[in-house]
Design a protein around this ligand. Structure first.
Ligand SMILES: Cc1cc2nc3c(=O)[nH]c(=O)nc-3n(C[C@H](O)[C@H](O)[C@H](O)COP(=O)(O)O)c2cc1C
Length: 179
C-alpha cells in the first residue's frame, strides 16, 4: 500500500511536513513517499501565464504522484487563515490538467500550527475546496500548539492524548475509494 504524504507548505522546516510524515508512518504496511512542494515550484498561476507556458510538466508530475497513491496524507499549513500560496499554486496549475487533482484517493487531511487552533481555518478551507477536486476526505486531524505537542527530535506527537486520537483515526481509516 503506497502512502503519499506532504505538507501544504514550501517552508524548509515545515511543521506540516513533519506531521504528515509522522502520520503516514503510522499506516501499517504502508510504503511511504513524502513529497516536498519545493520540488513543484512554478510561477504564480494566472490564465495569462498559462497562455505563455501551457501545461507545465511539474504539475503533471505532481498529478502522477497523487495518482500513484493508495492513500493520501496531506497536512495544510495556515497563512492568514487560509491555505498557503505554495500549496494553492501547484493545486491551481494541476487542476488545469485534470479536474480530479486528488484522484479520489482515500485522504487523511490534517493541519498544524504553533497556535492553539492548529491551522483549523486552513483545514476547513481545504475541506471545502478539495472535495470538488477529487478529494475523498475520509477523516481530519488538527494538531494544536505544535511546539508543545510534537517532539521534533523523534518526529512524533509528544502529547499522548492527541497521539492516541490520531492513532485511532488511522486504525479506523476507511480505505474505500469513494466516500
Ligand atoms: C504570512 C504568515 C501568515 C500566518 N498566518 C497564520 C494563521 O493565520 N494562523 C496560524 O495558526 N498560523 C499562522 N502563521 C504561522 C504558521 O502557522 C507557521 O509559520 C507554521 O510554521 C506554518 O506551517 P509550516 O511550517 O508547515 O510552513 C502564519 C505564518 C506566516 C508566515
Amino acid at each position: 500500500m503506497k502512502i503519499v504524504a506532504f505538507g501544504g507548505s514550501s517552508s524548509k522546516n515545515s511543521i506540516n511536513k513533519k506531521l504528515a510524515t509522522y502520520a503516514a508512518g503510522l499506516f501499517e504496511g504502508g510504503d511511504v513517499e513524502v513529497l516536498d512542494l519545493n520540488d513543484y515550484e512554478l510561477p504564480l498561476f494566472s490564465v495569462d501565464r498559462e497562455k505563455e507556458i501551457g501545461k507545465p510538466e511539474l504539475a503533471g508530475k505532481f498529478l502522477e504522484k497523487l495518482e500513484s497513491a493508495d492513500v493520501l496524507v496531506i497536512s495544510v499549513a495556515e497563512h492568514n487563515a487560509g491555505m498557503t500560496v505554495a500549496f494553492k499554486n501547484i493545486y491551481d496549475w494541476a487542476s488545469r490538467q485534470k479536474k480530479e487533482v486528488f484522484a479520489n484517493k482515500p485522504l487523511l487531511l490534517m493541519s498544524t500550527s504553533p497556535g492553539k487552533f492548529g491551522g483549523k481555518n486552513s483545514l476547513e478551507a481545504a475541506k471545502i475546496s478539495l472535495k470538488w477536486y477529487g478529494g475523498n476526505i475520509k477523516d481530519t486531524f488538527s494538531l494544536p500548539s505544535f511546539n508543545e505537542n510534537f517532539d521534533v527530535e523523534n518526529g512524533t506527537i509528544s502529547n499522548k492524548e492527541l497521539d492516541n486520537a490520531l492513532k485511532d483515526i488511522i486504525r479506523n481509516f476507511d480505505y474505500e475509494l469513494n466516500s
